[in-house]
Design a protein around this ligand. Structure first.
Ligand SMILES: Cc1cc2nc3c(=O)[nH]c(=O)nc-3n(C[C@H](O)[C@H](O)[C@H](O)COP(=O)(O)OP(=O)(O)OC[C@H]3O[C@@H](n4cnc5c(N)ncnc54)[C@H](O)[C@@H]3O)c2cc1C
Length: 286
């Protein structure tokens, strides 16, 4: 749930909206709406195939963060001792404590319990491939997504706010903020995989040309463009772990993330709640 600013334009370049299907998550989202963190999004969604634009309202309620999707995680970490912008390279369990080491090998911190809330391949990298729990995640695959951000798009009047696109290179686009002409475009997983190591600038201009090709609208002379590579964007398959968390009670370790269910904000939430439950149970049983 990331938000980035380019000039005066704001982009949700990861998840651009989310849905709430289960009663428990709907209750949580209603509380977020009341707190002014999220709101319903009511733009026009279309489907585009061979440059033909058709309406496609499937009746789902879509939610967006107020002031950007990052409003939600920012709210969730309030009151916690929270550090960002720090890469942890290794997690090791000693006799009774976990130790975290940063990417320069320095001890970052120690704790009795550890929750890794991140894509499965990144959790494996922290624990080491030989770790018993890491081995349970070996076959969780994640698809990459290149995201393109476009400011001041050249087509002045675009007759939709979001589009599902049938095209080899681009799959989805959505206005970054209602009423503004800035867009986030997601590449298809196939194109993203094939172009995974491409330089972001070259990926941005390639995708800009593909958006014009896919929609029949001319984006070539838009303002600034930037591309972001999500290396582990979405779990390749829905793979419900039941409950949606991987736990090692003896070492007080829980691994969670959307990949325990499927690639949705709601799945990440459900998995996070299951991880919190698991750690609370281990802690209380001592
Ligand atoms: C392009 C894209 C489009 C999406 N569209 C939608 C959508 O339309 N609807 C929807 O519901 N969901 C969508 N999602 C999915 C949604 O964003 C995810 O389901 C959700 O963010 C997963 O949350 P998570 O906590 O499991 O993992 P993440 O959001 O991936 O968070 C993991 C965190 O761990 C950090 N981290 C990883 N390794 C380390 C390390 N070694 N040291 C320190 N920090 C580390 C990362 O920086 C990151 O902040 C989309 C995702 C992407 C990428």
């Amino acid at each position: 749930m990331a938000t980035r600013t380019i000039g005066d334009a704001r982009f949700n370049h990861g998840a651009q909206y989310f849905t709430a299907r289960s009663d428990a998550f709907r209750d949580e989202v209603n509380a977020w709406v009341e707190a002014g963190l999220v709101r319903k999004w009511t733009g026009r969604v279309v489907r585009i195939a061979r440059q033909q634009i058709e309406s496609c309202d499937d009746g789902r309620e879509l939610y967006v963060g107020v002031g950007g999707m990052s409003a939600v995680p920012k709210h969730l970490v309030k009151g916690l001792d929270y550090h960002s912008g720090k890469t942890i390279a290794r997690a090791e369990r000693g006799n009774s404590l976990w130790s975290l080491f940063d990417d320069r090998g320095r001890l970052f911190g120690q704790a009795e319990s550890l929750v890794l809330a991140m894509p499965a391949p990144q959790a494996i990298a922290l624990l080491g491939e030989a770790d018993d729990v890491a081995r349970r995640l070996e076959d969780v695959e994640m698809d990459p997504t290149w995201a393109l951000m476009i400011t001041r798009a050249t087509p002045q009047q675009i007759p939709f706010d979001a589009a599902h696109i049938e095209h080899d290179a681009v799959a989805w686009m959505m206005r970054s903020v209602e009423g503004e002409n800035s867009w986030v475009v997601h590449a298809t997983h196939a194109w993203s995989r094939k172009n995974l190591t491409r330089d972001p600038r070259s990926a941005a201009y390639a995708l800009l040309a593909y958006v014009s090709d896919a929609t029949g609208l001319d984006f070539a002379r838009s303002g600034a463009v930037q591309a972001h590579r999500w290396r582990f964007a979405i779990p390749t398959e829905a793979r419900p772990f039941e409950p949606p968390v991987v736990v090692d009670s003896e070492r007080r370790l829980a691994l969670c993330g959307d990949w325990c269910v499927r690639g949705r904000v709601e799945s990440a939430y459900q998995s996070g709640v299951a991880a919190a439950d698991a750690i609370a149970r281990v802690t209380l049983s001592d």
